[in-house]
Write a protein that binds this ligand. Structure first.
Ligand code: URA
Length: 207
């Protein structure tokens, strides 16, 4: 599995704001918004483009556009905070949604919503989920996409834990991972350490 760690001073500063326990919900959402822009920008470097003629006020120039804009799939609830900025950078994209909650005893994902196109053959997919912890939720989401024919899936995370990366890689599914950092480990409650806490609660408050 290809893993791209976006190593950029601005990405690191936004991530630092998100890690800081003193950052309030609004500041956390703003930092996630900006960091997502940077992650999408880096992830899009490898997107296929096509050329077309564009008329400037002076002459005809060669224009460039995405050949195949990706489907964006935020994983609810925490991925919701990445959706707006990804769509702003990729206005040609459409969006699907997957809602997953984790069972706090087994830590396995429980799906409560699935709103995806039926046929994803030939469509690149960008999955938005800030935290790759055990990999259970993301693997569940990727399987839904693969079942619909997706063969080109990029998972965009803010933080990844080694165990989650290993689980996605071992699945053999067609996944590329783009993340702002790889943290040390998971704790006994399956939180990423040092991490940033619960990415849903930090954005929207506790449930
Ligand atoms: N989900 C989160 O929001 N935070 C973690 O640390 C792990 C999973």
């Amino acid at each position: 599995m290809d893993v791209l760690v976006v190593d950029h001073p601005l990405a690191k500063s936004r991530l630092t704001a998100m890690r800081d326990a003193r950052t309030d919900n609004g500041q956390f959402r703003a930092a996630l918004h900006e960091l997502t822009t940077m992650l999408v920008y880096e992830a899009a470097r490898s997107f296929a483009t096509e050329q077309f003629p564009v008329q400037t006020p002076v002459a005809v120039a060669e224009g460039t556009r995405l050949a195949n804009p990706p489907l964006l799939v935020p994983v609810l609830r925490a991925g919701l905070g990445m959706a707006d900025s990804a769509l702003a950078l990729l206005p040609e994209s459409s969006m699907g949604f997957v809602g997953l909650a984790r069972d706090e005893e087994t830590y396995e994902p429980r799906a409560y919503m699935e709103s995806l196109p039926g046929d994803l053959k030939g469509i690149p997919v960008l999955v938005l989920d800030p935290m790759l912890a055990t990999g259970g939720s993301l693997l569940h989401c990727v399987r839904l996409l693969v079942d619909r024919g997706a063969t080109d899936i990029t998972v965009l995370c803010v933080l990844a834990a080694p165990a989650g990366i290993e689980r996605l890689a071992d699945s053999g599914l067609p996944i590329r991972l783009v993340t702002a950092a790889i943290d040390e480990k998971l704790n006994e409650r399956m939180y990423i350490v040092p991490g940033l806490g619960d990415a849903g609660d930090r954005q929207f408050g506790g449930m």
